[in-house]
Design a protein around this ligand. Structure first.
Ligand code: GLN
Length: 542
């Protein structure tokens, strides 16, 4: 039988519930258990695909093409379990399928209600996620939102029922709260008491509390919280502010013996502990020397979460290359004015430029100008999805001299649609879906940067885009030196391009950032940062 750990949050949002749940996953994996992470999102959107990055941050894509919440990115960076469509459950999905079943007459004339029909649907989705991998030992279910939110109630009720049905050793509640500090440096436990009361009103007695606090809570405070919240003192943990990186949090919890307490409560014997890769990652963090400065040229610059996986992957690459990565977030809109490009980019003195994915016209010419600047000034450049497409547009406009070269996403009337929809391209197979989503195979060409990075010629990466390199321009592009470095099998679609005579200029149509981990940097990010480090050395910075 699987064990379940339900992670909920109280007091306020943004306490780092996703990171706490992921860190718990790391600890249980370190104990040799097979962990699966599930996110329950109370929003009514069926998936995150339709949400603006401004509102909700990045859309995380799984191998099977699900467009999910960015918390799944945390799970992927911390834990080893495979993530798929089944690992992301939203109110929208739950209601959609209950309503579809009702329309099909599958409730046999009964009145369809939140309890039991909605809660049963939630429970069956959680158990289905557990069954995706027959070797699963523990399922960690993160419940989005804050206890007391109207939207979270059906998920908490489903958790309560599962705890009741599975028994306390098979299903635990871990509750995350905030211990604020008031003037005079006093720590306040009252909001935590209220939050636990709200959980108890839902019928759930938390087994473990993780308190977000400025510093490690002392014994007396833990005892007080334990007494008022009906938990054991040894089950009160602190998630305190650390100056290093979020990736140290599993070790912070390990030092407080969170894994031992959980295993004891679950009745699981494990003497084995292996967190070696986490300790060596932290050693690499402390050993970083110097820094490289990377300019991210995009349009969602104000919200850090909009390019979350990209920023994390750059950080991982810094760990792999022994150098800190300083991010310079550069809004592409002012770069549309060509006369300002040199000044703006020069002033940032970047060692590398990364243009990430994106949709829509705004700021696009600024990205094209940034790509041109990096190409002409031999500055390492990494283009991801839209970032590769702007490389193609730059090549069309400034090497082939087609002033109106563009993607049909931005200009439908261009005479040189160098990036376009498949159905606009002649003789192309119709792949059916409107978006190329999820895992696709690419075949890498010999003598390329991408082959040097991966060290193998068949690679699998995730996609999320509609537009493609236009095959009708392949000859003109390669004839003028642009290198096509990877294709889908059979060369139907272009997956990677590289600049000739350039230290490191590469664009990929897929999203490598989704697969990078702190303990295993993605090879393309690693090599991009290595190239930027060379440049920084030349600048005398690294
Ligand atoms: N807007 C582009 C497309 O749809 C790029 C998408 C992306 O960067 N994810 O093809």
């Amino acid at each position: 039988m699987n064990k379940y750990v339900f992670v909920s949050g109280g007091v306020c949002s943004s306490l780092g519930k996703g990171v706490a749940a992921s860190s718990l996953g790391v600890l249980l994996e370190g104990r040799g258990l097979n962990v699966r992470m599930v996110k329950c999102d109370p929003y009514i959107n069926v998936d995150a695909g339709t949400m603006s990055p401004y509102q909700h941050g990045e859309v995380y894509v799984t191998d099977d093409g699900a467009e999910t919440d960015l918390d799944l990115g945390n799970y992927a960076r911390f834990t080893k379990g495979v993530l798929s469509r089944a690992n992301s459950i939203t109110t929208g999905q739950v209601y959609k399928s209950v309503i579809e079943k009702e329309r099909e007459g599958r409730y046999l004339g009964r009145c369809v209600q939140v309890i039991p029909h909605i809660t049963d649907e939630i429970k069956s989705r959680i158990t289905a996620a557990a069954k995706e991998d027959p070797d699963t030992d523990v399922v960690i279910v993160e419940i989005g939102g804050t206890v007391g939110d109207i939207e979270s109630i059906p998920f908490l009720e489903a958790a309560r029922q599962m705890i009741h049905e599975c028994g306390r050793t098979n299903a635990l509640s871990v509750h995350l709260t905030l211990i604020p500090e008031v003037a005079g440096g006093e720590l306040k436990t009252k909001p935590t008491q209220h939050s636990v009361k709200a959980m108890q009103e839902m019928g759930i007695q938390p087994d473990i509390l993780i308190c977000r606090a400025p510093a490690l809570l002392d014994e007396a405070t833990r005892r007080k919280i334990a007494l008022f919240c009906n938990v054991e003192t040894e089950a009160v943990f602190t998630s305190y502010n650390i100056p290093t990186t979020i990736y140290e949090i599993p070790l912070v919890f390990f030092d407080q013996k969170l894994d031992q307490v959980i295993l004891k409560k679950m009745g699981v014997e494990s003497r084995h502990v292996d967190l070696g890769s986490w300790y060596s990652m932290m050693d690499r963090f402390r050993a970083q020397i110097g820094e490289v400065r990377i300019g991210i040229v995009g349009k969602y610059m104000e919200l850090h979460d909009a390019y979350k996986s990209v920023y994390e992957a750059l950080f991982h690459a810094g760990l792999a290359c022994g150098v800190r990565v300083e991010l310079r977030k550069i809004d592409s809109t002012p770069l549309e004015d060509r006369s300002r490009v040199q000044n703006i980019l020069e002033a940032e003195s970047v060692d590398g430029i990364l243009v990430p994915g994106g949709f829509g016209q705004r700021g696009i010419n600024g990205m094209v100008n940034a790509a041109r600047w990096a190409r002409e000034n031999r500055v390492p450049y990494f283009g991801i999805c839209l970032g590769m497409q702007v490389m193609v547009i730059d090549w069309g406009r400034h090497v082939l001299g087609w002033e109106d070269a563009d993607s049909t996403e931005f200009n439908q009337d261009t005479r040189h649609p160098v990036v376009s929809l498949l159905e606009e391209q002649e003789d192309m197979v119709n792949y059916g879906a409107t978006m190329r989503l999820g895992k696709w195979e690419s075949v890498v060409e010999p003598g390329t940067l991408i082959l040097a990075a991966y060290g193998e010629s068949r690679i699998f990466e995730r996609h999320r885009h509609r537009y493609e390199f236009s095959n009708i321009y392949r000859q003109e592009m390669t004839g003028t030196g642009l290198k096509i470095a990877a294709f889908t099998p059979g060369e139907a679609l272009v997956e990677c391009i590289e600049w000739p005579d350039h230290p490191w200029g590469l664009g990929v149509q897929f999203h490598p950032e989704f697969k990078s981990k702190p303990t295993a940097a993605h090879p393309l990010f690693r090599d991009f940062i290595a190239a930027a480090k060379e440049k920084a050395l030349a600048r005398g910075q690294s």
